[in-house]
Design a binder for this molecule. Structure first.
Ligand SMILES: Nc1ncnc2c1ncn2[C@@H]1O[C@H](COP(=O)(O)OS(=O)(=O)O)[C@@H](OP(=O)(O)O)[C@H]1O
Ligand SMILES: Nc1ncnc2c1ncn2[C@@H]1O[C@H](COP(=O)(O)OP(=O)(O)O)[C@@H](O)[C@H]1O
Length: 634
């Protein structure tokens, strides 16, 4: 690469950026988002606004970001590039979502507008944009009035903490600039917004296409005495009450450029901090004092909310990415069970009991929705009972996490109260959510120590406890083979127990049917029971269809290294249907049984089972022996 040319180019960019920053430094910043249905004129409005302000800073800002990175690596102390690497790793996992942020500015204010393209994934992108915005421009077509989308988007904005809405009643030229139409839409909307807790609504009649009431007042609407859209954006006061919270910073990255330096990099999300202050890392509770606050431009005497810094502590501590550094005097709560709002954004429904990745702050944990309290009808605000959440539905749920986290309610702190859920199979972002409060503090429930532990229980039985997990279609041979395995093990003196779908469904799981959500719960319970039995020192044989990879993988995580063996009883559907030991396939094909696995309910084949048994033409005895060989091999 031609280094000289590159340096010159960069130097040029730096000067331009310095100029830009100086000119705009003193101005306040407004982050907003535009929402509306497909044809309401969102792009026209945004285009018009950018055109009228004649200031587009996309390129300068991209260069600015590049520059700050370069500076970060210059003095060899701090590698901020690592931070960015971390983020791009997330991008590869599909965690981040595509939202284009456009920058523009006028003489009075700087603006960042979240531009959320794409109709299909609109809700998903919108939620991302809304989570950092202070104001939403909600577009309504004057000819159509409020639509379901208008209500849905307003609700999402409200859920994600937006308290100011600019209602842009667009296409006024197409309704003859009628004041009555505008007034009707305005009052309809105020009612909806008030129901959703949004009190600051400014309604503006406009025509984005003709540029009326966008950046200048319209002659055609003399009856309107309010500001133009741009005037309002330039002057509206959106400052949130200064957060009452003390210092909080999620650790995005631990920087170790050399042996002598260890810095915890991240953005301060609340309060402020200075060298000498005592901090606690949560959830571990480790304490230390701040030695230095390092940035790309040198050390700071104090860092406050919004600053991106690396904090060096006085002593070497075991603190990692995802921990939260906080003021010791007023630390956040730590908990593992929450009440939360969840906006579901995936085609496949949210199923209670299924484990998802949860990303909150810089932390990644496993979370399950343990209960859906209710679903919210976005049109009427009514609470309705629900067993699952479908695409674009919002539910008020209880969440259970596998690890405790430091958090704030979303209302108090977006960064430590907002989260996304990620599907563990596809890595797709499937939900956005907001924490309301902790249901139970993690430190209130302790794991009770027992003097006789699992090793002691296993020892007295003279065996290594294990879980043999048989999965396969109905009639594939799970029970027959598991039964033969248990008979042999028993004869050899092993302590065993068999959990069979048909049997457990008569007792513990009597309340469950065969919908996806019931099957998820069925497997969750039986996996927990199997875990207890392994804890008791037994060899447990689990024989359930267990059709979903997610739940089988979840079951696996409950056991120790090598304790769990997945046995795939692989018999083609046609063969199972021919065997039809209980006559169920005949009934399912006749439409008398709904949701029958393999017919109108899916079976996800195991990808890496410990044992893959193809049963056709092989005797039950031989198959059972193979299971025993696998079990006793290690
Ligand atoms: N709709 C439908 N789909 C599948 N199976 C059905 C259904 N209705 C009843 N049965 C009978 O229930 C047994 C499966 O229960 P499981 O608990 O193993 O199922 S699951 O793991 O929750 O999917 C299954 O037993 P097996 O044949 O031993 O697998 C069936 O006998
Ligand atoms: N090689 C085989 N392995 C297991 N079962 C077989 C085999 N060949 C025939 N079968 C028959 O298939 C049926 C399987 O039923 P079952 O064990 O109840 O299946 P599942 O528990 O998977 O629903 C039984 O009637 C069994 O005798």
């Amino acid at each position: 690469m031609d280094m000289e040319a590159m340096d010159q180019g960069t130097a040029g960019a730096v000067t331009a950026i310095d100029d830009y920053l100086q000119r705009h430094e003193s101005k306040s910043l407004l982050r907003f988002i535009t929402c509306g249905s497909v044809d309401d004129g969102k792009s026209t409005l945004l285009g018009r606004l950018l055109y009228d302000t004649k200031l587009l800073f996309d390129d300068q800002l991209a260069a600015l970001e590049g520059e700050s990175l370069r500076h970060g690596t210059q003095n060899g102390e701090l590698d901020f590039a690592l931070l960015v690497d971390g983020l791009s790793a997330e991008r590869e996992q599909g965690i981040t979502i595509d939202v284009a942020y456009r920058f523009f500015s006028t003489d009075r204010r700087k603006f960042i507008v979240a531009d959320c393209p794409g109709h299909e994934q609109y809700t998903r992108n919108m939620a991302t944009g809304a989570s950092t915005a202070d104001l939403a421009v909600v577009l309504v077509d004057a000819r159509k009035g409020l639509l379901t989308q208008t209500r849905r988007h307003t609700y999402i904005c409200s859920l994600l903490g937006i308290r100011h809405v600019l209602l842009a009643v667009n296409k006024m030229d197409l309704v003859g600039y009628a004041q009555s139409t505008f007034k009707r839409i305005e009052s309809d909307y105020r009612l909806v917004a008030a129901q959703m807790g949004i009190e600051q609504v400014t309604a503006i009649p406009l025509s984005a296409l003709r540029g009326e009431n966008v950046s200048s007042r319209s002659q055609a609407m003399g009856w309107y005495g309010g500001p133009s859209l741009l005037e309002h954006l330039e002057t509206v006061q959106v400052e949130r009450a200064t957060s009452k919270l003390g210092f909080r910073m999620p650790v995005q990255w631990v920087c170790r450029p050399n042996q002598n330096f260890r810095g915890y990099a991240g953005q301060v999300v609340a309060g402020s901090i200075a060298p000498g202050d005592e901090v606690v890392a949560l959830p571990s509770g480790v304490r230390s004092r701040v030695a230095r606050i390092v940035t790309a431009d040198g050390d700071l005497p104090r860092a406050s909310a919004g600053d991106a810094v690396a904090i060096q502590l006085e002593d070497e501590r075991d603190i990692s990415r995802g921990d939260v550094l906080a003021a010791t005097a007023s630390p956040p709560q730590v908990a593992d069970q929450f009440a939360a709002h969840v906006l579901w954004m995936d085609q496949a429904a949210l199923l209670p009991g299924r484990p998802y990745w949860m990303k909150i702050g810089a932390r990644l944990v496993t979370a399950q929705v343990t209960e859906i309290k209710h679903r919210v009808d976005v049109n009427t605000q009514e609470k309705r009972p629900a067993k699952r959440l479908e695409l674009n539905e919002v539910g008020y749920c209880n969440l259970g996490l596998d690890h405790a986290i430091a958090f704030e309610s979303y209302e108090d702190c977006r960064e430590l109260g907002g989260f996304i859920l990620i599907d563990r199979q596809t890595n797709a972002t499937v939900a956005a959510g907001t924490l309301a409060f902790a249901l139970r503090r993690a430190d209130n429930i302790h794991w009770q120590h027992t003097d006789v532990d699992r090793a002691a229980r296993a020892r007295i039985k003279g065996q290594a406890p294990a879980c043999l997990w048989f999965t396969g279609l109905s009639g594939s041979g799970k029970s027959t083979i598991a039964n033969a395995v248990e008979r042999r093990l028993h004869a050899m003196g092993y302590h065993t127990y068999m959990l069979d779908g048909d049997n457990v469904r008569h007792g513990l799981n009597r309340d469950l049917g065969f919908t996806e959500e019931d099957r998820v719960e069925n497997i969750r319970r039986v996996a927990e029971v199997a875990r207890l039995m392994v804890d008791a020192g037994l060899i447990v044989l689990v024989s359930f269809i267990s059709p979903f990879r997610s739940e089988r993988n979840m079951a696996r995580t409950l056991f120790g290294e090598g304790e769990f063996r997945e046995v795939f009883v692989d018999t083609p559907l046609e063969v199972c249907a021919q065997r039809d030991p209980k006559g169920l396939y005949a009934k399912a094909r006749a439409g008398q049984i709904k949701n029958f696995t393999g017919i109108d309910s899916p079976y996800e084949r195991p990808e890496r089972p410990e044992l893959h048994l193809q049963t056709q033409g092989v005797s039950v005895d031989e198959l059972a022996q193979r299971v025993i060989d696998t079990l006793l091999a290690n």
